[in-house]
Design a protein around this ligand. Sequence first.
Ligand code: SF4
Length: 277
Amino acid sequence: MNSSSVMRFRRGRRWGEGLEGKVVLRGEERQQRGIFVELLILTCLILLVVSFILWYIPYLGLSNIHPKLPLILAIVLGVALLLILCGAVSLVITIYWGREFFISRRLRGIVIEVLFPLMVFWGRIIGISRERIQQSFIEINNQLVHSNSRKTKPARLLILLPQCIQDFDCDIKITGDIQNCKRCGKCGIKDLLELAEQYKVKIAVATGGTLARRIVVKMRPQAIVAVACELDLTSGIRDTYPIPVIGVLNQRPNGPCYNTSVDIAEVKEALFHFMEG
Ligand code: SF4
């Protein structure tokens, strides 16, 4: 597919279907981005207050040891805070601008390693569910991956699927080798296999985090399009960092972990991002 047809596809694509088959509108994308930015601001404010307390409490004692010690501590804390605030501002600009800005490659690492655990903590305290925070994290991760324009060869791309996409009554074992699928069309595996063949990318099915990690180590992909629920996508994105992962939420019309499906258009768009850069 040439680049103009890719752009046509992107323009014409309906935004993907989300949880329990509901259509996720652009508004929901904005909402998820909003949750992330709000929690980011809250985290920065709390760090500001904590830094002030860390400086103020020993202030009295430190000045007794040496009159310049409070100033040195204030400079150290001030520099640390400035770095955190600069990181937060770059992150917000990258998210809204949609392009690589300044240190956005490093930002994904900071979000994954530092901010996400803090945001889950603050989010729970102010009453935002873990699932909403995970959706917001996946959305922000995807945007940061999108903001980076590095091309990936199809042979180094991996589509990683959860086993629950396979029809529950199908006896064929596809976890070891997805090519065992007989392509009867009763579940989405057939279409996803054909998509992988069409673009010559790797494809695999994992039953859980351990097998997913083993597949990634064995196949050594440069980039991954992962399909799963909020929980598995969040842990998968964090486990495989620094490999760029675009997470696509599965659809669960029959409840969790049972005969799930995925919007093929969304998987295709993620593949195009990596292939086109
Ligand atoms: S497409 Fe058919 S053969 Fe393949 S996994 Fe699904 S149900 Fe089984």
